[in-house]
Design a binder for this molecule. Structure first.
Ligand code: SF4
Ligand code: SF4
Length: 385
């Protein structure tokens, strides 16, 4: 049976501001049905990396918080600390970054709690019994919350194809160990003929997996002076991809294909773990705004690839992500973005990441039993023009 995905465009009027529309959207999708009076409610979102600008604006989080408060819930904003060197690697840095990006109590209306504790180790084991994982490690504050609202910035992702509700809950709700378990198959591939042995990537690796060694005989080099080359210890590498983006020579790349597919399947299984026990007390809201070509975990956000589309909400995390991919692919691309030229791209994810079969996230999530790719799109109101 198809799941309902509610949708609102960003058109507004005097009596119908975007804040009003977001609250109406959340209520239409069943926000009041997922909370109990006095129930602690995790509002899971991404506070943005320092330098990033595409994350959900705090002022747009407020109407969801207000609706939860009116329904009697006790909401808190939450996320987990990252694996990579960045501005959110522990609770102190993460809270400072959240504040810097505007997630103050006075703006968003709820306190911020880092769900996996001071250093990413506060976790609970959740049994899922799926293909890759019997158990998954989820941040304890998310497991212990009675209800869950996922607020995801929908965008493209250079390893998972796209990031929506599933990824917000999978990587985003996992403890440090849980993130490592998802990433562990995805060590970068070295393109030896591009590596100049500068060692810049080494500084970005929080795991100490990178070293610079003498270039072995017979390995192609960009110039005769590039006597050294990067080496990655696959046992230490957790596949966080930080070094890939740090390398200005393009000498590191994702090992596309089998590894990326496994990552997507693992994402689906971790998403199942994050909502386990709260299947009837979870709501998913995706913001199709500033749809950037890559993850919000980078310290920058490139130009959006399409014009802002709107906001979607559903009780089904698979249906909402499928609907968002379809809404994205129906939109004309912006030639001022990295998707240049006039050619129409019916599959914008493949246009940017041709080797990524992004559908695997959705197919495996459906197989894991957390939702369906079949959906009915319900516009919450005819737009006034
Ligand atoms: S992979 Fe890139 S950043 Fe690392 S040493 Fe080689 S050229 Fe430098
Ligand atoms: S070598 Fe592995 S762990 Fe280190 S930054 Fe690169 S992907 Fe991350």
């Amino acid at each position: 049976m198809a799941s309902k995905v509610y949708f609102t465009s960003l058109r507004t009027s005097y009596n119908n501001s975007l804040l009003t529309k977001i609250e109406r959207l959340a209520l239409a999708a069943g926000l009041e049905d997922i909370v109990r009076k006095g129930g602690l409610t995790a509002v899971k979102l991404h506070f943005g990396e320092r330098g990033g600008t595409a994350f959900i604006r705090p002022v747009l989080v407020r109407p969801v918080v207000d609706a939860l408060l009116r329904a009697g819930a006790r909401p808190f904003l939450t996320d987990t600390s990252t694996l990579y060197v960045g501005s959110r690697g522990n609770a102190v840095d993460h809270l400072n970054t959240a504040l810097l990006n505007g997630f103050a109590y006075s703006v968003a209306g709820a306190p911020v709690i880092i769900a996996d504790g001071l250093d990413g180790a506060d976790e609970a084991v959740v049994r899922v019994n799926l293909k890759h994982f019997k158990d998954v490690m989820i941040a304890s504050a998310i497991v212990r919350a009675e209800s869950l609202v996922s607020l995801a910035h929908f965008k493209l992702h250079d390893a998972a194809g796209f990031g929506g509700a599933l990824k917000n809950l999978a990587m985003g709700a996992a403890s440090r160990k849980g993130k490592m378990a998802q990433h562990s198959d995805v060590a970068p591939k070295i393109i030896y003929k591009k590596c100049i042995g500068c060692g810049f990537c080494l500084e970005q690796c929080a795991q100490g997996a990178i070293s610079i060694v003498e270039r072995p005989a017979g390995v192609g080099a960009p110039s005769a002076s590039a006597a050294q080359v990067v080496q990655i210890d696959r046992k230490l590498c957790v596949g966080c991809a930080q070094c890939i983006h740090a390398c200005r020579q393009g000498a590191l790349t994702i090992d596309w294909g089998k590894d990326a597919t496994r990552l997507m399947e693992k994402i689906a299984e971790y998403a199942a773990g994050a909502i386990k026990g709260k299947e009837k007390r979870s709501l998913f809201i995706n913001f199709l705004t500033q749809i950037s070509p890559a993850c919000d975990c980078y310290p920058f956000s490139d130009a959006p690839i399409v014009a802002d589309i709107g906001i979607a909400a559903s009780r089904d995390p698979v249906a909402i992500d499928q609907a968002c991919v379809d809404l994205l692919n129906r939109s004309p691309h912006l030639p001022s973005s990295c998707l240049k030229g006039e050619e129409h791209h019916p599959d914008k994810i493949r246009a940017l990441y041709p080797k990524l079969s992004w559908e695997h996230q959705l197919i495996h999530a459906e197989e894991a039993g957390i939702g369906t790719r079949e959906y009915e799109l319900v516009e919450i109101e005819a737009e006034k023009r």
